[in-house]
Design a protein around this ligand. Structure first.
Ligand code: HEC
Ligand code: HEC
Length: 97
């Protein structure tokens, strides 16, 4: 019984380490140009779902198709972050509030 517990802990530790080795920050950041900066304000005002609907007005099959091997794309903001909302005070931009 004890041995099995140890094995369980070891496996859990490996899973945690693997997840740690692939942090979500490695996903492409949303660029901070005028288009996307405006959406950051929308996110703060109206929340994720409303903002993701706007993403799709440009990032869709017709206008700006995502690559073929793009992962499931239901919740853009679950993976793609706005650089400033993630790391406050860590931006080159000196004109922030
Ligand atoms: C008004 C149109 C428009 C909207 C709305 C828009 N985008 Fe974009 N997005 C663009 C354009 C144009 C580019 C630049 C494409 C390029 O350089 O290949 C871009 C680039 C990106 C990139 C970087 C791509 C790269 O190769 O570096 C990401 C990530 C992204 N957008 C995510 C989003 C997300 C998430 C939303 C919603 C919050 C969103 N965009 C809303 C037009 C838009
Ligand atoms: C499950 C996580 C996930 C979700 C959800 C997601 N993306 Fe991505 N996206 C990625 C990954 C991973 C890449 C590949 C780039 C990289 O290596 O970081 C990527 C790449 C992109 C690119 C660069 C061009 C391309 O097709 O490779 C754009 C633009 C983009 N995503 C926009 C969006 C938009 C808009 C949505 C919502 C409709 C969205 N993504 C949802 C993970 C995600």
């Amino acid at each position: 019984m004890k041995k099995r517990d140890a094995l369980f802990v070891a496996i859990a530790a490996i899973i945690v380490l693997v997840l740690w080795a692939a942090p979500p920050e490695t996903t492409l950041k949303i660029p901070l140009d005028d288009t996307h900066r405006e959406l950051q304000a929308t996110l703060e005002r109206e929340g994720k779902k409303a903002t993701e609907k706007i993403c799709r007005t440009c990032h869709n099959e017709k206008d700006l198709p995502l690559s073929k091997d793009h992962p499931p794309k239901y919740r853009c903001l679950f993976c793609h972050k706005f650089p400033e909302s993630d790391q406050k005070g860590d931006s080159k931009d000196s004109t922030k509030k």
